[in-house]
Every structure is written in structure tokens, then in C-alpha cells.
Design a protein around this ligand. Structure first.
Ligand code: ADP
Length: 387
């Protein structure tokens, strides 16, 4: 027994201790990949029933926004990453000073988590991004009537489209946010694209082929996403060069998702960046040589970057809690979707569903964009998350 204990300890010494702040589905998929590597995983999250709780070696209950909780969680770890931006940055900076590796660097998370700072960074670094103004309250909108129509975005606290609204004309100013926000010029969007890029401590990058978001024209909600994006070679090159030029200027290792717009004149604009694994990269689990989750581990643990090339064309649909249903989650139509050729189902293990909650996703692999988008649309109708 003692010998086995000794052996066990010796193995752990070879392992790095890695912490993830946040325990949602992004953390869960990161942990699924961690099982392949010599790493001991720790998760900090308030909810002991969260999607990551049962897949990590050590679940630590605590608040990712609380200085003491984050400091206590991180001080014995080798490396820390995040799966959401709303974390206590002061504590991460303290840990960084104490020698814990924080990927991405706290300074870049501080800049990105506030849309005012993020937009200012783009301007300062000559990154093409829609022109903007900063407004501190609803009253100040009155000073900028000539800037309308515009998109108003909360500086902090917005998520998945909440905290973003279009102000068409002066008559709509009463719905303006009563908080510091950016007022951004409307882009006449032709396509919404996302590019995921990994960058290691040596500054080497690995860029995933761009993904195209396809919106439901009636609901104006993301319908599904497709990879590769349907773009000309010159636009592809422009997008990749804008996105990787941006990520290099962050001066931080990490995995970044850059969301961009292509307008009707084929101009490229950076909308925003996430400093973490992202919804737009779920398909990489099956459709790319290395997944976004694998690439982040390689960066966190100091291994070579993997190849990001496509194994297959893919389409991905999110499984969203059906409107009108709240309570214990049930998955109607799951066996039917699983019977479809090329379907890869991911259910996140959230016990409770509510309208609009991200409960899972399905990726389809296939020979052509038409084939996989048809399947994604069919699956969306067949599979419903109800209570
Ligand atoms: P979130 O961070 O909540 O996802 P985004 O900044 O990505 O918010 O905005 C959500 C959506 O609003 C985008 O996907 C896009 O469809 C639309 N949008 C955002 N900014 C603009 C803009 N400047 N012009 C036109 N549409 C925009």
C-alpha cells in the first residue's frame, strides 16, 4: 500500500496543477480534453452541481469574483485559466506576481471584459472596428443624435446579446442604458465570422479556419454555424490577418476568439474578442485536427501547438432551453438526432433548463456545407430541451 502511495505521489509530481475559474460547459469540455494529459485539474465555482463539478480532480466551491476566494484557490497551482471573463482580476494579478502562470494574462482580461476599454484598445492599435463614442448615462445620448442609428453596448455585464441594443432614432433614446456604455456605428452586416487563435508563450500562433454564423432571418437569433465559412480567398486572408494581427498585440499567451463582421462592401470589422475557449469553436472537437480545448491545454502546459486544419466540413447547433419550459431538463428527440449520420451530440449535464439557456450542442460532419447545414436545421427542429 505504502509503495502504491509513493508511486501515486511520484506521478502527481510530474503533473502540473491547473485551475479553471468557472465551471460551465466551456470548462467541462476543457476537462474532457484534460483527461488525455498529465495534469491535475481544479475548478472554482459557486454551484457544486455545475457542468464541470464531476469532471475535475478537485472541485472548490467559491466565488470567481471574490478576491480572497480566487487568491486561496490559485496559490498552490502551477497555471490558471478562465472560462468566463467575469473573474476577480486583482486576485489574478496578485497570483501572477507570486509566480503562478495566468493564461491569458490578467491585464488582457481586464481590458477585454470592459467593452469601453476593449474598443479603446482597438482604436489605439489601429484595428479596424466600428467607430464609437462612450456614453455614461441615458442623458448623454441626447448629445449624440447625429450618431444614430447606432448599437449601444454596456461596458460591463452584458452577455450573449443581453446588454446590446440598437438605437435607430431619437425617439428610442428612452430605452438607452443608464450605465457606462459604448455607442457604436451600425455596420451593414453581410456576414458574421469568428476566428479562434491560440498563441503560446513564445508568441507562436495557431489559427483555426474561420466559422460563419448563420442567423434565423425571422427571429434574428443564431441558427447554426458552419465551417469553413463561405468567403473568397482574399477575404479569408484579410480576416485571418486582422484577427492574428490583433491577438499578437495582446502580448499574452492564450486562446482567443475574435468575432468579426464583413459588411456589404467586403470591409472587415472586429466586433469583439473573447480571451478564452468559445461557443464558435465547439465544432473543432470533431472537425479539426486539434480542438480549441486541446490547443488551450497545449498552451497552458507548454506543449507544442497542434495543427488546426479541417478534418471535415461541419455545422454546429446549440441546444437551447425551449421557451415556456423551466425545471428538470428533458431532451425530446435525442435518439432520433443520434441516429443521424455524422451527428455528434454534447449534452452539458445542466440539471435545470430555462428558456434560452445553453444546454448542449450538436455538431454534424459531412462532405458539403449544404449537407451539414441541412442536417443542423433538421436537428434543431427535432431536438428540444423541455422540462
Ligand atoms: P455579445 O457580447 O452580447 O455577444 P455583441 O457585441 O457580439 O454582443 O453583439 C451581439 C450582436 O449584435 C452581434 O452578433 C451582431 O449581430 C449585432 N451587432 C453588434 N454590434 C453591431 C454593429 N456595430 N452593427 C450592427 N450589428 C451589430
Amino acid at each position: 500500500m505504502a509503495f502504491i502511495d509513493y508511486l501515486h505521489r511520484a506521478i502527481l509530481i510530474l503533473m502540473q496543477k491547473a485551475g479553471i475559474l468557472g465551471g460551465g460547459q466551456l470548462g467541462r469540455m476543457l476537462l474532457q480534453q484534460a483527461a488525455n494529459y498529465p495534469v491535475e485539474t481544479y475548478v472554482l465555482e459557486n454551484d457544486p452541481q455545475c457542468p464541470s463539478a464531476h469532471l475535475c480532480h478537485h472541485f472548490v466551491q467559491g466565488n470567481i469574483q471574490d478576491f480572497d476566494d480566487v487568491l486561496r484557490f490559485g496559490k498552490t497551482l502551477d497555471v490558471i485559466t478562465i472560462e468566463i471573463e467575469t473573474v476577480n482580476i486583482d486576485a489574478l494579478e496578485e497570483l501572477e506576481k507570486g509566480g503562478v502562470k495566468i493564461i491569458p494574462r490578467p491585464a488582457v482580461v481586464r481590458m477585454i471584459k470592459n467593452k469601453i476599454r476593449q474598443k479603446a484598445f482597438y482604436k489605439e492599435h489601429h484595428i479596424p472596428s466600428p467607430e464609437f463614442l462612450v456614453v455614461n448615462n441615458r442623458q448623454e445620448l441626447q448629445d449624440h443624435l447625429s450618431f444614430l442609428p447606432a448599437v449601444q453596448k454596456l461596458g460591463e455585464g452584458g452577455y450573449d446579446g443581453r446588454g446590446v441594443q440598437v438605437l435607430q432614432h431619437a425617439g428610442e433614446l428612452d430605452k438607452g442604458f443608464e450605465a457606462p456604455s459604448v455607442l457604436e456605428k451600425m455596420v451593414d452586416i453581410k456576414k458574421e465570422i469568428a476566428v479562434i487563435i491560440g498563441i503560446n508563450e513564445q508568441g507562436e500562433t495557431a489559427v483555426f479556419p474561420p466559422v460563419e454564423m448563420v442567423f434565423d432571418p425571422e427571429l434574428n437569433l443564431l441558427d447554426y454555424q458552419i465551417c469553413p465559412a463561405n468567403l473568397s480567398a482574399s477575404l479569408l486572408q484579410k480576416i485571418e490577418s486582422v484577427a492574428s494581427g490583433l491577438v499578437k498585440q495582446f502580448e499574452s499567451p492564450g486562446l482567443f476568439a475574435v468575432e468579426l463582421f464583413v459588411d456589404q462592401r467586403d470591409e472587415v470589422w472586429v466586433n469583439e474578442t473573447a480571451p478564452r475557449v468559445h461557443n464558435s469553436g465547439h465544432h473543432t472537437i470533431e472537425a479539426n485536427q486539434t480542438s480549441q480545448f486541446d490547443l488551450l491545454w497545449r498552451i497552458l502546459l507548454g506543449y507544442p501547438l497542434g495543427k488546426t486544419g479541417l478534418v471535415s466540413c461541419s455545422a454546429m447547433v446549440n441546444l437551447i432551453g425551449q421557451p415556456g419550459y423551466s425545471g428538470a431538463a428533458r431532451y425530446s428527440g435525442l435518439p432520433e438526432v443520434m441516429a443521424m449520420e455524422g451527428a455528434y451530440v454534447h449534452v452539458y449535464g445542466k440539471k435545470q433548463t430555462k428558456p434560452g439557456r445553453k444546454m448542449g450542442h450538436v455538431t454534424f460532419l459531412g462532405e458539403s456545407p449544404e449537407l451539414v447545414s441541412g442536417k443542423a436545421q433538421a436537428a434543431k427542429k427535432m431536438l428540444q430541451v423541455i422540462a
